[in-house]
Design a protein around this ligand. Structure first.
Ligand SMILES: Nc1ncnc2c1ncn2[C@@H]1O[C@H](COP(=O)(O)OP(=O)(O)OP(=O)(O)O)[C@@H](O)[C@H]1O
Ligand SMILES: [Mg+2]
Length: 271
C-alpha cells in the first residue's frame, strides 16, 4: 500500500534521514519514536511532500508520489493530511471555519476569498466535530478552546480532506495526560472505524505501545527498529534512544531529552 525506499534527506553534510525503507501492506496505526534530532519530523515532511527527498522514492497504491508536481502533488497532500504539535489553527477564526479550511485545496479562489462554503460542507464539518465530541464548540473562536479540543479541531480539519493517511507530528506533546489520551483515542478510532492509516511521531514509549499496531524506532536518521509493541523490549528501546544501562521501562524520550539539554545541565550544576 505504502512503500518507502531508500528515502534520504541531507541538509548540507548532515543526513537527517538515512536510506529509510518502510513497507506498509494495509492501513496500520504506526508510531515513530526516537530521541530529538533522530529524523522523525523530516521523514513525515517528506511523506507529505512538504519537503523533497534528496534520494529515494515513496510509492502509494502503485503510484510514485515522491515525484509528483503541481496539482498532482497538491492532490497527494490532501490524501495524506498532516497534523502538528501546535495545532496550526487560525486562532481568531471560529472552529467550524477552521475545519472548513480542510477543503481549501478543492475550492476555487473566488469561493475562498469570500469565505463561501457549500451547505453540504458545513454539515459535514459539524458531523465530524460531533464525532470527535466537540460539536458544541463549533461557533467559538479556536483560541477559546483547550489544547486537547484544539487538536481535535485540527483532526477534524484533516478529516474534511477525507485522507487515506493521517500524519501526526508529536500530536500530544503540548497536551496534559488527560487530553493526550483523548486525542490518541480519537486517532485510534478514526484508524479502526474508517480504515485510515495513521503515522504519528510520538515522544513517549508507552503511548506508542498502547495505541499503535507497529512501532518504528529511529536513531541518527536510520530506522533501527520496526516491529510490534510486544517486540519493543527494554533492550530494543535502549538501542533506539541510545541510552545507557540505567535506562528504565518508564523512561521516555521526553525525559532523556530533558536530561540531555544544556540548559538543564546548567541548571543542575547551579543547584
Ligand atoms: N531545515 C533544516 N535545515 C538543517 N537541518 C535540519 C533541518 N531540519 C532538520 N534538520 C536536522 O535534521 C535532523 C533531524 O531533525 P528532525 O526535526 O527530523 O528530528 P526529530 O526526530 O523530529 O526531532 P524532535 O524530536 O526534536 O522533533 C536534526 O539534526 C536537525 O537539526
Ligand atoms: Mg520533530
Amino acid at each position: 500500500m505504502l512503500r518507502i525506499e531508500t528515502l534520504t534527506k541531507r541538509f548540507g553534510d548532515k543526513t537527517a534521514v538515512d536510506a529509510a525503507n518502510i513497507a506498509v501492506e494495509r492501513p496500520t496505526m504506526i508510531g515513530i519514536i526516537g530521541r530529538s534530532g533522530a529524523g522523525k519530523s523530516t521523514l513525515l515532511r517528506m511523506l507529505n511532500r512538504l519537503s523533497d527527498a534528496t534520494e529515494g522514492t515513496i510509492t502509494f497504491e502503485g503510484e510514485e508520489v515522491s515525484s509528483l508536481r503541481g496539482a498532482a502533488k497538491r492532490d497527494w497532500q490532501s490524501r495524506c493530511a498532516m497534523i502538528f504539535q501546535q495545532f496550526n489553527l487560525v486562532p481568531r477564526m471560529d472552529v467550524v471555519s477552521n475545519v472548513l479550511h480542510g477543503t481549501l485545496n478543492k475550492r476555487s479562489t473566488m469561493a475562498t476569498m469570500f469565505n463561501l462554503y457549500p451547505q453540504a460542507d458545513i454539515h459535514r464539518a459539524i458531523e465530524i466535530l460531533d464525532r470527535l465530541g466537540i460539536a458544541e464548540q463549533a461557533p467559538k473562536r479556536a483560541e477559546a478552546l483547550s489544547g486537547g479540543q484544539q487538536q481535535r479541531v485540527a483532526i477534524a480539519r484533516a478529516l474534511m480532506q477525507d485522507p487515506k493517511i493521517i500524519l501526526a507530528d508529536e500530536p500530544i506533546a503540548s497536551l496534559d495526560p488527560m487530553n493526550a489520551q483523548v486525542v490518541m483515542q480519537s486517532l485510534r478510532t478514526i484508524h479502526e472505524e474508517d480504515g485510515r492509516m495513521v503515522i504519528a511521531n510520538l515522544h513517549t514509549l508507552d503511548t506508542a505501545r498502547r495505541y499503535c499496531d507497529r512501532v518504528i524506532g529511529m536513531r541518527d536518521g536510520r530506522i533501527v527498529f520496526d516491529g510490534t509493541p510486544a517486540q519493543l523490549t527494554t533492550g530494543a528501546a535502549r538501542d533506539i534512544y541510545g541510552a545507557g544501562a540505567d535506562f528504565s521501562e518508564d523512561a521516555t524520550s521526553t525525559q532523556i531529552e530533558t536530561l540531555d539539554r544544556p540548559e538543564v545541565r546548567k541548571a543542575k550544576a547551579l543547584v
